[in-house]
Design a protein. Structure first.
Length: 213
């Protein structure tokens, strides 16, 4: 029996945090398919947001596992991992979206055509990967939170980045479905989900992609 492939789960460490529901679904699906490593900027602990009755016990149990102490994103060698997953992270707009370390890792993944999966606000993390004026995902089709979904947020006017606009302005092709609808786009080795509701479908496609290799 061959060893399980390795998957790097990258999460935000900013106060706006990481969606408990999206991370829970991502981790639960991936834990049986991959050897996992979690990483955040500075190795700071994940701050879960949107914790409810369905996730509170899991978050409590997760905090007692080694995965609750992430590796420093700055020290991650992308060559050690076969896949990369960024769950829904509202905080990604404030740290991952301009992370030089994640840019370095994504550049490796693109060059090796290794699968990358990003969901909801986690898609904004892909925006860090610009070289000069060129975005390394230029020419890719992808999705992420739509303007119609974002405008419902009380801090909409202060968002540092709107994924839909960034993708269109940077040579990518953006598609979105109606608000809160499940919508996943697969282009080559890039898998993106529009919102939290798309987490399971996006992650299952990542697992299938890795199993087919």
């Amino acid at each position: 029996m061959s060893a399980k492939p390795t998957c790097l789960i990258v999460a935000s460490a900013s106060p706006q945090g990481v969606s408990a529901k999206s991370f829970h679904q991502s981790f639960s699906l991936c834990s049986s398919a991959f050897n996992l490593q979690t990483a955040t900027p500075g190795g700071r602990p994940v701050d879960f947001v949107g914790v409810d009755e369905t996730t509170s016990r899991w978050v409590q149990d997760f905090s007692a596992t080694p995965y609750a102490t992430p590796a420093k994103l700055e020290s991650i060698d992308g060559a050690r991992y076969q896949s990369l997953l960024i769950p829904d992270c509202p905080g990604a707009l404030n740290d991952l979206a301009h992370s030089g370390s994640l840019h370095r890792i994504l550049t490796h993944f693109i060059s090796q055509q290794k699968p990358v999966c990003a969901v909801g606000h986690g898609v904004s993390a892909l925006c860090c990967a610009t070289e000069g004026q060129r975005w390394i995902f230029s020419g890719y089709s992808l999705t992420g939170p739509s303007v119609f979904e974002l405008v419902r947020k009380p801090d909409f006017a202060n968002l540092p980045l709107i994924v839909e606009d960034f993708v269109k302005d940077s040579g990518g092709s953006y598609t979105g479905n109606q608000e809160d609808a499940v919508h996943v786009v697969i282009d080559r080795h890039l898998i993106t989900g529009q919102n939290i509701q798309s987490t399971s479908l996006a992650v299952n496609n990542l697992i299938m992609f890795c199993n087919a290799k």
